[in-house]
Write a protein that binds this ligand. Structure first.
Ligand code: SF4
Length: 498
């Protein structure tokens, strides 16, 4: 997620590069919204950033502020309608575009609220589109005032960047589950999910957006307001897997944290071996730490095809299984005849590790010892990571020995939760650890009022809907380069890419 307010700059291009740096956070869809002060235009589609945008498209997206998003679905299926930024105009003629990192847990309740306000569903089934709708349901208020009314009603994890014709906004939930940082350009401001995206566009890091803070940036400068008291609970899994190694969260560089976790792993689970290899790329820093601490030689044992996305982030089981085979290939010369320690960041369903152990044995490894730089993932995440249902998690119902047998390793060791937390240099109380220890910091609704498809199959039609939808061909809708495009979810085509 990325946002920029910078008159005189090519904001769509800056956003494109920012999104490129953040591609690892979502690979299902990408989109950019821009405004030149008179209208908001969104261009979005399913696919990677480089597949969705080309030079002519970016050149046609002109303005002085922009937001962008790469999607990884947690509420609402992987459809074009659910791609972001989402967009909605209010009856006063203001258009709001919004991008979201995280996941709300009171989506069903918010959907009811939207219906009560006379706002129709716009075809999307994401929590994000619902927030955009709620912001647009208060045409009598400024967007800033509407946000201060709506944000306290949202429960769950949200880092938002949003905009109207003139102003860039950013907000972070009271728990600050997902990261969001503010940066400075010579002639403007940037907000991004990770500091790495600021580096890439030449922005300096100013600070993190505070939990419970809303900021607004326009020609009058930057304003900050509080909509909730901060209760920081940053996602522990960002340190393990999600964030880029060159990103810094809460003052801690992610690469250094992962090397420290690897060192801890070596102290907790030593083994006699000839070679430490990472599962590239996210296992690399922890493998370096393991090798440093244990004194065992570090080397490459698996080659990764860099053009294949993260495996568990793909939306279906079939794609995940195919993804593993496409992604990794053993380096036979390096592993043949050796006792190998293979370091990975986490075990979710276990498909990746099972395939890796088998590949390494077939390549001639004498022993395969698996070391994991996070504790067992025992609980689902409702705050923005689509791990699985509890039943799909390998660690659910299996002890360490059961998991070892299931993946076929000679030995298996996970870093302890205390060891992982120590490596973040954050106090335990300031971290969400729910997927590891089941303590959910944000209350969850009972029953089936939660989950990825909570809004699918639900009738959200309203007789005489009050919300104005901005359809293709309207002031905020444009199809650069003749490719399919729509500014709202009124049914524009999914474009086919050349
Ligand atoms: S449950 Fe796990 S992945 Fe989800 S926010 Fe908490 S620590 Fe992060």
């Amino acid at each position: 997620m990325f946002g920029v307010w910078a008159p005189g700059e090519e904001v769509a291009k800056l956003t494109y590069f920012g999104l490129y740096a953040l591609q690892h956070r979502g690979q299902e869809a990408a989109g950019i919204a821009v405004s030149d002060g008179s209208g908001v235009v969104v261009y979005k589609d399913l696919g990677l950033v480089a597949q969705v945008f080309d030079e002519p498209t970016l050149a046609s997206l002109r303005g002085h502020l922009a937001i962008g998003h790469t999607r990884y679905s947690t509420t609402g299926g992987s459809t074009w309608e659910n791609a972001q930024p989402t967009i909605r105009a209010n009856t006063a003629g203001t258009t709001i575009a919004l991008a979201h990192n995280g996941n709300l847990v009171n989506t069903a309740e918010l959907a009811r609220d939207a219906v009560e306000r006379g706002m129709d569903s716009d075809g999307s089934t994401s929590d994000t589109a619902l927030v955009t709708t709620l912001l647009a349901s208060r045409p009598d208020l400024s967007v800033e005032a509407a946000a201060l009314e709506v944000l306290p009603t949202l429960r769950g994890a949200f880092s938002f960047v949003f905009m109207d014709e003139t102003t860039l906004y950013a907000a972070r939930d009271a728990y600050g589950v997902r990261p969001l940082v503010l940066g400075r350009l010579e002639r403007g401001w940037v907000v991004a999910s990770e500091t790495a995206a600021l580096d890439i566009v030449g922005a300096s890091v100013v600070r993190e957006i505070e939990p419970g803070e809303l900021i607004a940036i326009d020609e009058h400068g930057l304003r900050s307001a509080r909509f909730a008291a901060p209760e920081p609970k940053g996602c522990l899994f960002e340190y393990v897997y999600i964030a880029r190694p060159d990103t810094t969260i809460a003052g801690r560089n992610i690469h250094s944290a992962r090397v420290t976790i690897g060192r801890q792993l070596a102290r907790e689970h030593p083994v006699a071996a000839d070679l430490v290899i990472p599962v590239p790329e996210s296992g690399t820093p922890a493998a370096i730490g393991y090798a440093e601490e244990s004194g065992i030689t570090y080397g490459a044992g698996l080659m990764k095809n860099p053009y294949v996305g993260r495996t568990f982030i793909q939306p279906s089981q079939t794609l995940r299984q195919l993804g593993i085979r496409l992604k990794l290939n053993p380096l036979r010369e390096n592993v043949r005849g050796k006792r190998v320690v293979v370091v990975d960041d986490s075990i979710v369903r276990g498909n990746t590790q099972r395939a890796i152990v088998r590949m390494l044995r077939e390549a001639g490894a004498l022993e395969v010892h698996v070391r994991i730089s996070s504790p067992p993932v025992n609980w689902p995440c409702f705050y923005g990571i689509d791990f699985a249902t509890r039943a799909e998690l390998l660690a659910n119902g299996l002890d360490n020995e059961g998991i070892r047998r299931s993946i076929g390793a000679d030995s298996l060791g996970y870093v302890s939760l205390a060891g992982l937390i120590a490596a973040t240099e954050q106090p335990k109380t300031r971290l969400c650890r729910a997927c590891f220890d089941g303590e959910y910091p944000i209350e969850l609704p009972a029953g089936n009022l939660i989950g990825k498809h909570v809004l699918e199959g639900v009738d959200r039609r309203v007789a005489g809907a009050g919300g104005e939808e901005v359809g293709p061909g309207g002031a905020t809708s444009r199809g650069p380069g003749g490719q399919s495009f729509a500014s709202s979810s009124t049914g524009g085509d999914v474009s086919s890419h050349a």
